[in-house]
Ligand binder design. Sequence first.
Ligand code: 3H9
Length: 690
Amino acid sequence: MSDFLKLSRDGDVAIVTIDNPPVNALSFHVREPLMQAVVSLRDDVSVAAIVIACAGRTFVAGADITEFGKPVQQPDLRAVVAMLETIAKPTVAAIHGTALGGGLELALGCHFRVADAGARLGLPEVKLGLLPGGGGTVRLPRLVGAVKALRMIVSGAPIGAAEAHGADLVDAVFDGDLITHAVNFAREIASKGGPFTPVRDRNDELRQTDLAAFDAEAADLAKKARGLEAPIACAQSVRNAVTLPFEEALAAERALFMKLVASDQSRAQRHLFFAEREAAKNPDKDVVKRRIARVGVIGAGTMGGGIAMAFVNGGFPVTLLETSEEALQRGLGMIEKNYAVSVSRGSLTEDAKQQRLAQFKGSTDYADLVDCDLIVEAVFEDMAVKKEVFGKLDAVARPGAILATNTSYLDIDEIAASTSRPQDVLGLHFFSPANVMKLLEIVRADKTAPDALATVVDLARKIGKVAVVVGVCHGFVGNRMLAARGAESEALLLEGATPSLIDKAFTDFGWPMGPFQMGDLAGLDIGWRNRKARGQTAVIADSLCEQGRFGQKTGRGFYLYEAGARAGIPDPEVEALIREKAAEKGIAPRTIGTDEIAERTLYPMINEGAKILEEKIAARASDIDVVWVNGYGFPVGKGGPMFWAGLEGAAKIIERLEYWHQRTGKDVFKPAPLLRRMAETGSWEAGSTA
Ligand code: 3H9
């Protein structure tokens, strides 16, 4: 019937198969023939029932996101679903893979849904800064109840077929050939005779809604929205489904969808959706990848243990190496404890925990790394120590094994040059806790072989990481920009700001925490040690460390922490210390506003991002956004620093940077040439999505 839609028959059951690879998105070229097919099957008296299914790896995974922001081509999804609901004969959605967003909304337009046992169903639009705009917020609660619909829609998290069956979202779950089962199901239903009630007319569940309980849960969810509009709109729309007649609730959903789809937040989140996929693409598609069956990890401290867990969780057995039996047992003990926490939280079964633990092989002998295909070192951040480790690896690792360092700052070209096989050396910069944090900076050194790089890019995806390939420089993308963001922290304090004033400006912007809260959480002693090693000072932070105030772990840092508390309270002693140090320097305190905080923290960070692009340390502006959103908590609703720079206006950023450059003479404020070009062209580079 079309390249994207096939019609077939099994006796009196018609099968409509959508075939729009890779994920059967509901593009215009699918909707148009689908509408025609539905109309003709409705009117075809020889058809007793209709099954809607998909070819390939999944049921419809949503509307076509690339169409958003462009004029809607009719028929839109809502029209297709509305047409489906006029059909008197039974309609059955046969779901395999994922029925997401518009895909699930299409299925909700059918009388019945049957699913493969491995299928997952959900409305993830919130993750794109949207709400389900094809009737999902109005129809889903009619099947699963308002509170469950609220949870599903506000979280965007899909549920499995069994749970969906239990919640009446699907009518039957099958193992084996889904289409055969779906056809038999449809035929049997048809033979029993109608009428068949469309979801829109099923109101029993809705009538049972306890609106007070619903509102309490919605209020709870709203608190967690941190400035994002979509979760609030999702909750409002599900509430409308309870309180308004169907058509009115549907119209209200549409209005909210149209508002969100045009918002900067949704544009930012859609940008990130494509940015993550672009970043994860292999730079060299055709290169033959190396085989990775076993991974070695050197160092069983917090970082090494987390990295080892990340690989085991992704299905790779790990040889974990330490310098002494005692350190090894301590590391393995910590890993076991981490898994036990997952079991106690219910996110892992005891069986799975045992299976995972069995995948670790501990050793104190480098010779045991001989059967590893990738070896990641996570030892002390010191060039001499790293070189010693790589020297030993060079001696024992099998030819072709990839040798990776987890350094956060050091020169990987220098590390690679200390081996006889620099082509096998690269950086894998995990973020702590490495078994949890999504981001992985993959550092391509000067001599890294294309197949070694391609292998780890693929591997990153297999272990569930969001990977970004970056080049060698001090701090790579993330930490280098972090340094630029923090360069003025002390100056701001000395000139009159307080840690809580600055942190509040950050949390108001949408960050989960501000820089001083983050410093206290990570431990102020780490930066102190690094500064001492490099002959640098930070007058306030150093003084705090000299007093043993290392942050949360010592109960005192920039803030005070009452026993066991994670949130700090402002400490008058710290504020007195700041004023004292300012007086020593002859700095009179003045009022510092939110704009100034942004201009002296976020603008230099963007400026550094521009330099990173100029130097080709990152391939695309959108890669930098992926790093910052996934590794440092940059608010998703702002799309990452480089996308946000576009919203803020590069010309304005330059103007303020120049002002501060003139006032302070500091290099961080000197506008990068690429930032100037961005101001002129509106793009970070030709073809950029930013
Ligand atoms: C919606 O439905 C709105 C409606 O409520 C209202 C309408 C009025 N559109 O992720 P992958 C591309 S909003 C266009 O690597 P996986 C993706 O860019 C939508 N393209 O595969 C990539 O392209 P490329 C609600 C899409 O196997 C390729 O497909 N739905 C779409 O790891 C492969 O993707 C969602 O938010 C799309 N909807 O994961 C679901 N989806 O190869 C979004 C994917 O050129 N999708 N692409 O880089 C996903 O979560 C994952 O793609 C999925 C597969 C889990 C399905």
